[in-house]
Design a protein. Structure first.
Length: 83
């Protein structure tokens, strides 16, 4: 069983996580990655995307910090995470 390190942190956050299915949207809140944004954090977001898709939802990132957007775009996953 994998564990996600997506946590809500005071002052250090990188994106709003939103679940989307059809017209419905459910906000999960802000997600942070500790002191820095890295590929491990992007991997956790992608794993979460896989999990929510199994239930018919899609994960969308809103209000994405530049640091995370650049990293996601660098690895070519901007479309996958809706950034």
């Amino acid at each position: 069983m994998s564990s996600f390190r997506l946590v809500r942190l005071q002052g250090v956050s990188y994106a709003d996580l939103v679940l989307v299915r059809g017209e419905r949207e459910v906000s999960l809140g802000r997600a942070g990655a500790g002191e820095r944004c890295d590929l491990g954090f992007v991997d956790d977001l992608l794993q979460l995307q896989l999990v929510v898709r199994r239930f018919g939802w899609t994960l969308r990132l809103d209000d994405v910090a530049d640091e995370l957007r650049e990293l996601v775009d660098l690895v070519g996953l901007g479309d996958e995470l809706g950034t």
